[in-house]
Design a protein around this ligand. Structure first.
Ligand code: ATP
Length: 454
């Protein structure tokens, strides 16, 4: 049986050390979570899978990593300072504050059902900072609410240091911060979260072609690399487009409470480079931008063949890494009925996403030859550099298997008395629970085959 609700994942995450409540021992801090030993590995593997698809497998996309503390002016010209806000209403009876656009019924309090509700007011989502000795509490910087804008302002830096012809992209993975009114759904909506965003700069004549191209590429990645069944994913075009967007679609996942956004693919036209460029008047911009007298740099592209200088369009792919992890865990989670009243919980993750790639279990701990051989297998596996390899020394084989099923370890290797006699070890597969004996010298190859399997 798959996960019935996100609560199944919440319980597993706490029990097995994937995710904990932020600042837990002091009563928590709304909208923040801390990642434990296995959560940190799963997040890292998801990031790596994205980086691999976006950068290592292509010639046309570069990576970068910008600061999360940013100059206020960046968000003035991006439009965030003026309009990055949600409509907030307050219930006069119970005091609950809610995002009006997310209420079940906008005339009734979600919490107590009262109809005595205030008019909506704009609520700034960016977290302001007061930085430096002279600031005196005045907001002069923001924690970035997305990675994208910090990419646009580096367009010229990247292009000057690594020349590219259009189309080309710049990708970033990093933390973003939003003062969400109602964080919810575990790590679905947080105040501090991680994004993996790629900005693809194209000739304006080719925007529609590349918008379709990236929709297709990103959907295929969720299925082939993340292991999400295609029937659990759908495209949802935005009903109301942002003023700068020519087209926008969400990739949605069928969460236990219904379809919701995992990633956005957007055609942002020339709004972003056009907003932040110096000398806006020299360009015929399609998007409506705020006049910019502060930018020191032209964010334009010169075509060596036509001699034309223009502002490229941007096709953006914007994914939340924490949401990706939640979807991947929901998709992999199974409560299996083993008969005779026995059950097991198993995370059937793609092996490359598994927090632990293999666990080695010495069946008896007081026989030095068994312990030494187990250590030797662990060392051989660690030399492969494929991720975390664990040595178990708790002794109880049943408990070990159960724990590794729950954290998604694709294979366990058990060393026992027979190993000392005939040189074989037991390989135990997570999904089928099948156990086979193989020669100890074949362990490295078998584990590599398992980790690389599609
Ligand atoms: P939403 O409509 O859910 O608020 P958004 O459309 O504002 O999201 P984008 O700004 O396009 O989201 O951000 C790209 C991705 O970042 C989203 O698809 C989502 O996966 C992730 N994301 C956005 N806000 C949050 C958040 N508060 N917590 C966790 N992930 C988020």
């Amino acid at each position: 049986m798959p996960a019935k609700s996100v609560n199944d994942i919440v319980a597993l995450c706490k029990r097995r050390g994937f995710i904990f409540t932020g600042s837990e021992i002091y009563g928590g801090m709304g909208g923040t979570y801390d990642y434990g030993p296995y959560g940190v590995e799963l997040m890292r593997n998801i990031r790596n899978a994205w980086w691999n698809a976006m950068i290592y497998s292509r010639n046309d996309i570069e990576g970068m990593d910008a600061s999360v503390i940013t100059n206020r002016l960046m968000w003035k010209y991006s439009g965030h300072e003026g309009s990055f806000s949600d409509p907030l209403v307050e219930c006069k009876k119970c005091g609950a504050r809610m995002r009006q656009d997310k209420m079940k019924d906008p005339t009734k309090c979600d919490n107590c059902g009262s109809t005595d509700i205030t008019e909506p007011r704009a609520y700034q989502l960016m977290m302001g900072l007061s930085i430096g000795a002279m600031a005196n509490g005045e907001i002069n910087a923001y924690l970035r609410p997305e990675t994208a804008t910090t990419t646009y302002v580096n367009f010229k830096n990247v292009l000057d240091s690594k020349p590219h012809k259009l189309p080309f992209g710049i990708a970033q993975i990093g933390k973003s911060f939003r003062n969400e009114i109602s964080p919810r759904g575990f790590v679905f909506r947080m105040r501090e979260f991680e994004q993996a965003e790629m900005q693809y700069f194209v000739n304006p004549a080719e925007d529609e072609k590349y918008f379709e191209y990236w929709k297709k590429m990103r959907l295929a990645w969720w299925v082939d690399t993340m292991g999400i069944r295609s029937e659990k994913l759908r495209f949802k075009p935005h009903e109301k487009l942002a003023h700068y967007a020519k087209a926008a679609v969400d990739i949605e996942y069928d969460f236990p409470d219904g379809f919701d956004e995992l990633e956005g693919v957007h055609n942002r036209q020339d709004f972003d480079l056009g907003s932040h460029t110096k000398g806006q008047d020299e360009f015929k911009l399609a998007a409506h931008v705020m006049e910019n007298k502060d930018s020191t740099t032209k964010l334009a592209y010169s075509d060596a063949q036509t001699g034309e200088t223009f502002i490229p369009y941007v096709i953006e792919t914007a994914m939340g890494v924490n949401r990706a992890m939640l979807a991947v865990m929901l998709e992999a989670y199974e409560d299996e009925d083993l008969g005779d009243g026995k059950t097991r919980t198993v995370l059937k993750l793609k092996p490359w996403l598994a927090p632990v790639k293999a666990a080695v279990i010495p069946l008896v701990r007081n026989i030095p030859e068994i312990v030494d051989l187990s250590n030797k297998i662990v060392e051989d596996l660690r030399r492969l550099g494929i991720g975390k390899i664990e040595l178990e020394n708790s002794g109880n084989i049943g408990k070990n298997y159960r724990r590794h099923d729950e954290i998604g370890t694709p294979v366990c290797i058990t060393v026992d008395h027979q190993t000392l006699e005939d040189g074989t070890v037991t390989l135990r597969y997570r999904d089928s629970m099948e156990q086979i004996r193989i020669n100890k010298d074949d362990v490295v190859k078998s584990v590599l085959d398992i980790v690389n399997q599609k």
